[in-house]
Every structure is written in C-alpha cells, then in structure tokens.
Design a protein around this ligand. Structure first.
Ligand code: IPM
Ligand code: MG
Length: 325
C-alpha cells in the first residue's frame, strides 16, 4: 500500500522543485501517492490534509498590503495549526555565516498579531490587536518542553518583549516558567527578543530551543536560517490536531531566477523530514546523505553563491542516491 500525502507545490518555482522532489522520493523506493492541490482552493486543500493527515507545502505568494489575509494563514487557521517547529541546522557543505548553528524555533501559531484584528479607530489611526490567551501559552509551552524531552534537547529559552508588553508577553513568560517547573530535567531561561536577535547573529550556537510567540517566531526563525545557510535550512513543520504539514516559507518566482534557477534543496529537505515522519528511516537517511554529498561537492545554487541550476542539483542528488545503493 502506498502512503498518501497531500502535495501543495505552491507558486513560482514550486511546481518545478516539487517534480524534482517527487522523482527523488520515488528513487528511494518509497511508494507515495501524492494528492496534488493547487493552493488556489482553500477548502479542497484543507479537506485533503484532514483526510491524508500529512502534507508537503511550498510557498503560496501573498500580497504585501490590502485585501485578505495570506492564503497560508487562512490555511493554517482552518486546519487548526497551533505550533510551527523550525529546526535550523546547518548542513555540511552549505555555505553559511555560522556553520555551528543547530537550534529549534518553536512558534505559537494560532494567535498574536496573526489573529487579523485590525481597524481604523479614527481617521488615520489604525489599531492592530495582539491576542494572547493563557490556554495558548500553556499549550505552546508544554509543546516546547515535550519537544525538548523527546529530542534530547537540554534548554528551552522563552523569547519575549515582556519589558514593554507587560500583560501579554508578561503572561507568556509567566506561563512558560510554570510549565518549566514540571520539566526539571530541561533547563529554562528567557531573553528579550531584540537582544536575542543580536546574539543569534553573533553566536547562534548559544541557543537550543527557542520558545516564541507567533510574530517573534516568524522573525527569529528567518534570522537563524540566515546565519545557517539561508532558505535551504528555513523550512518547518506545522502541527494541528490530526495533521502535520511540512512547509517551506520561501520560494522564488521563475521571473527572478530564470527557468532553471530555483533551489530544490529546501523541498528535498522537507521530503527527508516527511520520510522520517512516515517511519521510512533508511530512505530518509539516504536522501539526506545524497543532499549533503551534493552540497559538499560544491553543487550550490545561485542563492548560495553558486552556479548550479535546478536540474544539476537534481542529477547530483539522484546520483548520490544511486551510488549509495
Ligand atoms: C512564514 C511566512 C508566513 C508567516 C507568511 C507568508 C504569512 O512568513 O511562514 O514564515 O508570517 O507565518
Ligand atoms: Mg516568515
């Protein structure tokens, strides 16, 4: 019986890199039946993920201002995504400012400024509401500590701006301390978000698990990924009740990078995570190994400062998979 997995390639180069990923997964010998969703039909996307329980999703383009909330947000909301985990770990061979990076951003994903409550209270005055509930703080703090226990992590650091947001972030911090008390084997401390950003840029290896609200988690995960090699290591996993979505927040348009310019490593990396999640440990390890071998051989795309095109990466990783057999 093949596994059934929802595939939302996303816009721009999504379809191209998804094709590469599918071919490589097939080459590992794992049989996956992909339920292809265009990303234009929100209800169909959500229904598919509810049915399969697992999805791989590329970037869906969102407009910077005006109109509705980005489709990605509507999708997360409808599916009930409450946590996003971005494990930012440098890969051997990947050009990076901070090759030692290995940290995990645990991001609350159901509230904060993403609740979408904005209004113009009087002419030229806008209020954007940041929502924080005790229930969501407890859920994400517990999630972070459970994650730390299950993955052999030693320390959870709560990220906040409680010096200014006394009530909302004050509660986020207080609740994380309450939850921390139930996990004596995991160290706990906290840091104000701006100081954290500076320290990540100076020495990301200082951090282990970062427990963040929605907005800070969004920003901090990209700062960390920027240090560890860029979009290749910026993907994450969204958790909802009964569903898991491997998600790439980045992706480029064909107009920007040209017909063969897209970097397929992030999408292949998500397949590595997917295979592990499905219990296909050996196939996952072989695919990861083939990616690392290609990176170490200098098969670098434009965003890494290299010249390799999508198909060159495809061929290199496929070659690595075959020779490992
Ligand atoms: C991300 C993205 C999204 C977010 C956007 C596209 C809504 O930046 O997944 O990191 O802010 O969560
Ligand atoms: Mg982001």
């Amino acid at each position: 019986m093949p596994y059934e997995v929802t595939l939302i390639p996303g816009d721009g180069c999504g379809a191209q890199v998804a094709d590469v990923m599918r071919d490589l997964v097939a080459a590992t010998g794992v049989d996956i039946q992909w339920d292809l969703q265009t990303g234009a039909d929100l209800d169909a996307m959500v229904a598919s993920v509810r049915r399969t329980g697992v999805a791989l999703k590329g970037k869906i383009v969102s407009v910077a201002a005006g109109g509705k909330m980005p489709l990605t947000l509507q999708f997360r909301k409808k599916l009930g995504v409450h946590a996003i985990v971005r494990h930012v770990i440098h890969l051997p061979g990947l050009p990076a400012r901070a090759p030692g990076t290995n940290l995990v951003v645990v991001r609350e994903a159901s509230e904060d400024i993403y609740s979408g409550f904005e209004h113009e209270s009087t002419d030229g005055v806008f209020e954007s509401v940041k929502v924080t509930t005790r229930a969501a703080c407890e859920r994400i703090s517990t999630f972070a500590f459970e994650y730390a226990v299950r993955h052999g992590r030693k320390r959870v650091t709560t990220v906040h701006k409680a010096n200014i947001l006394k009530k909302a972030d004050g509660m986020f911090l207080a609740v994380s301390r309450e939850v921390a008390a139930r996990y004596p084997s995991i160290q706990h401390d906290d840091i104000i978000v701006d100081a954290l950003c500076m320290r990540i840029v100076r020495r990301p290896s200082d951090f282990d698990v970062l427990l963040c609200g929605n907005l800070f988690g969004d920003i901090v995960s990209d700062v960390a990924a920027g240090m560890a090699g860029g979009v290749t290591v910026a993907c994450g996993t969204c958790y909802a009740d009964g569903a898991v979505v491997f998600e790439n927040p980045h992706g480029t348009s064909v107009e920007v990078v040209g017909p063969d310019g897209a970097n397929p490593y992030p999408m292949i990396g998500m397949a590595v995570d997917l295979l592990r999640y499905l219990g296909e440990i050996d196939a996952s390890a072989r695919l990861r190994h083939a990616c690392v071998a290609a990176l170490e051989a200098g098969v670098h795309t434009g965003d890494m400062g290299g010249t390799a095109g999508t198909q060159e990466v495809h061929a290199a990783v496929r070659g690595g998979l075959t020779s490992a057999r």
